[in-house]
Ligand binder design. Structure first.
Ligand code: COA
Length: 130
């Protein structure tokens, strides 16, 4: 398995896990995520005061800044550099419920999007010579 992770200082920004199926089959993206749930911690005192007044927790949101696109490109480039012919994946319905544009996001990033029964599969050739 390959693990990709992105951080900004000590903050975890995003990650991807990919299974290596084989050079011909390619690699499968098992999970890709850019975080929007890292609590903003300014100082212990401020955190305490905010909790006293039941102020809502604020979160760092790293989404919609092009980081996911860069991560996806890095996955495809790494697959290609290591001799894997394609990158595969599946858009699960629970992910799509939260982000209906997910299949389009993959399509804009060079992936084929295929509907198979109720499933949405994605695939990207790494353009290795046959
Ligand atoms: C899917 C995901 C990885 C995209 O990462 P990202 O860094 O937000 O993506 P980018 O900034 O590169 O996205 C660029 C485009 O997607 C759109 N987009 C990204 N996330 C979106 C969201 N949650 N809702 C609507 N649009 C979204 C942006 O508006 C942008 O569109 P534009 O360039 O036309 O303006 C991220 O939204 C995520 O982690 N989602 C939760 C986990 C998930 O669904 N993973 C996919 C499993 S298949």
């Amino acid at each position: 398995m390959w693990t990709f992770s992105i951080s900004a200082g000590e903050l975890p920004v995003g990650y991807a896990y990919c299974w290596l199926l084989g050079k011909t089959e390619g690699i499968r993206i098992n999970d890709i995520c850019i975080r929007d749930d890292i609590p903003v911690i300014r100082s212990p005192l401020l955190t305490f005061i905010r909790s006293l007044f039941h102020l809502p927790v604020q979160y760092h949101d790293f989404r919609r800044r092009g980081i996911g696109t860069a991560l996806l490109r890095a996955i495809v480039a790494t697959a290609k550099a290591n001799g894997y012919r394609r990158v595969l994946g599946e858009v699960k319905s629970h992910d799509r419920q939260r982000f209906v544009g997910l299949p389009d996001w993959y399509f804009r990033n060079g992936f084929q999007v295929m509907r198979e029964g109720g499933r949405i599969l994605i695939a990207c050739e790494t353009s290795l010579p046959v």
